[in-house]
Design a protein around this ligand. Structure first.
Ligand SMILES: O=C(O)CCC(=O)C(=O)O
Ligand SMILES: [Fe+2]
Length: 385
């Protein structure tokens, strides 16, 4: 189907004749993603990608900087480690986001990982579409917008998702253009994950192995994102406002920029910082920490100058058959700190999250134990009917 022709037609079609469902389907069936639209020379952002304007009502601020934590000496020096743990505690509570330096993953591995992501998306559509699917039980899934059919507006990005742990893929299961670097990067990332969960456990006053022992570091799902250049960046977003639903995310971004974090009710840029990785707390870590850590909304702006790649690695057991129940950690609770959330399996949480799409509303409040006047439990019960 000539997708561009269809879009051009819809532009001049009266309001009532806009058939969103068939546009989504036509776009999806190209298997070429947003990059395919840009490669075809599209000059206007199709309506299905137009973001609701209220997403833009919050101003962007420049007076705050997201924390940068240097991990140099964390394993060798007790005083240094204490300071690092303190910084991790503060950043995880007040920002939910921080960058880390001297994290142990060599620069050349990070560079090669970003290059590998570029190589994947720059392949011709026929080669890429071998992995095109919406079935997340597959080891590798490439598509555009996991929530294409449920979100209020589509995002200007394409993604390839690979499940890397606990059961590492055989190299031949991964896309040839970046399989070696994916295996190498994810190995290094698991080691960093173990260290971060130790620091986070210590920041909660728990024994260093606590979070790893309850399987927070068990599953690793890697999302390589490609954000094509956008002819009208003011109309759409690379990622709409959302909070991550796993335990922890480690983000490798290139030098293009566009990621913003909602802090003190302002959008704050997460500036590309050479050698740094961005770490953010996910909803499930907020839940088990009983709000000692915060899972914070973020989004990605598009731009008309250069494509952007990022690799978001989620520590989550979302894709595993895991029935473990997660609730506020008992050791953290007291009379003065009663549990704020009900227990949930990771699966139930993710299913609820996905049913909402990246619509900007975190499902976390729906798992809060009832407070007077709180209607969300009813919403959750209704959902499970
Ligand atoms: O690309 C980015 O900078 C952010 C990606 C992201 O937020 C996500 O994958 O959840
Ligand atoms: Fe995210």
């Amino acid at each position: 189907m000539d997708y561009s022709a269809k879009i051009t037609k819809s532009k001049s079609t009266p309001e009532l004749e806009y058939d969103r469902a068939s546009e989504l389907k036509a776009f999806d069936e190209t298997k070429a993603g947003v990059k395919g639209l840009v490669d075809a020379g599209i000059k206007q952002v199709p309506r299905m990608f137009h973001q609701p304007r209220d997403d833009y009502s919050v101003s962007c601020g420049t007076q705050y900087n997201i924390p940068i934590i240097d991990l140099e000496g964390v394993k060798q020096n007790r005083t240094t480690r204490k300071e690092i743990v303190e910084n991790v505690r503060n950043a995880s509570k007040t920002w939910g986001f921080f960058q880390v330096l001297n994290h142990g993953i060599p620069m050349n591995v990070m560079e090669e990982m970003k290059d590998g992501a570029h190589r994947f998306f720059e392949q011709d559509v026929e080669t890429k579409s071998w992995f095109f699917s919406r079935d997340y039980t597959k080891r590798v899934v490439y598509n555009s917008n996991f929530d294409l059919y449920s979100a209020p507006a589509a995002k200007w990005r394409d993604t390839v998702v690979c499940s890397m742990a606990p059961d590492p893929p055989k190299p031949e299961e991964l896309p040839a253009v970046f399989r070696d670097i994916m295996v190498e990067y994810s190995k290094q990332l698991m080691n960093l994950g173990y260290l971060l969960f130790e620091l986070l456990s210590e920041a909660l006053g728990l024994n260093p192995d606590y979070l790893r022992d309850i399987d927070c570091a068990k599953g690793l799902v890697m999302l390589s994102h490609y954000y094509p250049v956008c002819p009208q960046p003011e109309l759409t977003l690379g990622s709409s406002k959302h909070a991550d639903n796993g335990f922890l995310t480690v983000l490798l971004q290139d030098n293009v920029g566009g990621l913003q974090v909602l802090h003190q009710n302002q959008w704050i840029d997460v500036p590309p910082t050479p050698g740094a990785l961005v770490i953010n707390i996910g909803d499930l870590l907020q839940l088990i920490s009983n709000d000692k850590f915060t899972s914070v909304d973020h989004r990605v702006l598009t731009n008309s100058a250069s494509p952007r790649v990022s690799v978001a690695s989620f520590f989550t057991t979302a894709l595993l058959p895991d029935s473990r129940l997660y609730g506020p950690i008992k050791e953290l609770l007291s009379e003065n700190n009663p549990p704020k959330y009900r227990e949930t399996t990771v699966k139930a949480y993710i299913t609820f999250f996905n049913s909402k799409g990246l619509s900007g509303a975190s499902p976390l409040p729906c798992f809060k134990l009832s407070e007077p006047g709180h209607g969300d439990r009813k919403q959750l019960q209704d959902h499970h009917k």
